[in-house]
Design a protein around this ligand. Structure first.
Ligand code: ZN
Length: 476
């Protein structure tokens, strides 16, 4: 498989450190709010990578952190602590909101068929680990104490800017964002490993450390959690492109300073989901969540399908129009799959040939859009329904769009519909049609239309009765 590597800036043939095994680390969510669908695009594409590596026969171990302390509103060491901000907003404790939004995050992942990594570790569960690694960095001369905090000294590295060619002046984060710059830093790019002197007197979570009571910086958690579970050689580290700098750059700096050798071979970054007005964020415009999509009548699989239709290294534009197009395309695809005959024997030659083009697509830097084309090619192939269904089932272990389940559900729905005898009486037929139309309107949250239908029927002496089994009616 060829996979683009942000370190080499080329598509390289993927070779794991240990043959047959892949260690994979994913930056997890900061659990102070719901994940927006832009964050979830990253998790969907990482899920495809994870599943495709398994499909290709690798034994994958994947680790993800949950950030529940130390992540400031600016990714540099300025701004407010995100968790504290969330707790204040909701008048809850930090641990309460951490639990709540961790659960919500995994509910979203479930809805989108995103596999849960083998290990999920909250930052607050690894404090001893952080302290141990920071102590070692101080001993090795890579970290220093200033003004009560512990900083990583980026000037001690041969090369700090591994992904981009940032210049020091570009990093005037403090100045740019109008926040006070940290005068304790020896170099502008230095970052905090441990805070004791914090501008947040009300920081809820604090721990004892050799440097006083305090809490860890954000970057140290991913290095430590990864090394704790996956050892000193990591095959793939992934995350959103906005994490490349400073977060991943800092992770590499401290991990390699600590280990004394190269840490991670592949850095995989997923590009942004944009809206027409720019990068999607929680604070800008409509806050787009999975539940909002579902409330608006979109199956979560439609969003997954929408993401798969474009390459992870291209930014993707979200609009309701684009979602509608994806919904129409997805429903058409399901309707075509629903017509496939189940009987017959799988044609081995056709199966191998079609599978080869699916593999070729994903082997080329995870080209999911071509993998989706391979699905359509299966439907066009000159072979029986059983072979097509077998191929779709096989592809869907990676794509995870629940293709056959959706098609079978559609058929079941159609059969149930066909079994209902239609009334001869045109008035009864009209009532039944309107009950159906009202059901659809309610599903689409078009309550005005649902109410209009109820009122229209009431005028004609028909009272609708909603029960758990569905809607029935009484005639006056
Ligand atoms: Zn991280």
């Amino acid at each position: 498989m060829y996979l683009y590597n942000s370190l080499t800036k080329t598509k390289d043939e993927f070779v794991p450190h240990e043959p047959g095994k892949v260690s994979m680390y994913t930056c997890g969510p900061t659990v102070y709010h719901f994940a927006h669908i832009g964050n979830l695009r990253t998790y969907i594409m990482e899920d495809i990578l994870d599943r495709y590596l398994r499909y290709s026969g690798y034994d994958v171990t994947r680790v993800m952190n949950i950030t529940d302390v130390g992540h400031l509103t600016s990714d540099a060491d300025t701004g407010e602590d995100k968790m504290l901000k969330g707790a204040k907003r909701e008048k809850k404790t930090v641990m309460e909101i951490a639990q709540f939004y961790t659960d919500k995050f995994f509910e979203d992942c479930n809805a989108l068929n995103i596999r849960r990594p083998e290990v999920v570790e909250p930052a607050t569960g690894c404090i001893d680990e952080f302290i141990r690694v920071i102590e070692s960095l101080i001993e090795k001369g890579y970290a220093y104490e200033a003004g009560g905090n512990i900083y990583f000294d980026t000037s001690k590295l041969e090369q700090y800017y591994v992904f981009h060619n940032f210049e020091e002046e570009d990093l005037a984060v403090g100045v740019r964002e109008g926040v006070e710059e940290d005068g304790n830093k020896r170099n502008k790019a230095d970052f905090v490993l441990w805070f004791t002197k914090s501008k947040f007197d009300d920081q809820e979570l604090k721990w004892n450390s050799p440097w006083g009571v305090g809490y860890p910086g954000w970057h140290i958690e991913c290095s430590c959690i990864s090394m704790k579970h996956l050892g000193g050689h990591l095959d793939i580290h992934c995350g959103g492109i906005d994490n490349a700098f400073p977060h991943h750059t800092n992770e590499i700096a401290q991990s390699e300073a600590y280990l004394g050798h190269k840490w991670c071979n592949w850095w995989v970054h997923v590009l942004h989901l944009n809206t027409n007005s720019g990068k999607m964020s929680k604070s800008k415009g409509e806050f787009l969540t999975v539940s909002l999509l579902m409330d608006k009548g979109y199956d979560p699989m439609v969003y997954r399908f929408f993401c798969l239709q474009s390459h992870y290294r291209k930014s993707l534009v979200f609009s309701w129009e684009n979602m509608d197009n994806a919904k129409v395309a997805f429903n058409k695809l399901i309707a075509r799959i629903a017509t496939l005959e189940k009987d017959g024997e799988v044609d081995g030659a056709v199966f191998a040939e079609q599978k080869a083009s699916f593999v070729k697509a994903l082997d080329n830097d995870l080209n999911t859009s071509l993998a989706v084309t391979a699905v359509y090619d299966v439907l066009k192939a000159k072979t029986n329904g059983a072979t097509k269904r077998a191929l779709l089932a096989d592809f869907d272990t990676v794509l995870c769009l629940d293709l056959l389940a959706h098609a079978d559900a559609l058929n079941a729905e159609k059969n149930a519909e066909a079994e209902k005898p239609a009334s001869d009486d045109p008035f009864i037929r009209e009532i039944e049609e309107l009950i159906e139309a009202r059901k659809t309107a309610k599903k689409e949250k078009n309550y005005a239309e649902a109410d209009r239908i109820r009122a229209y029927l009431a005028d004609k002496g028909v009272t609708l009765v909603d029960t758990k089994e569905g809607t029935t009616y009484k005639l006056d």
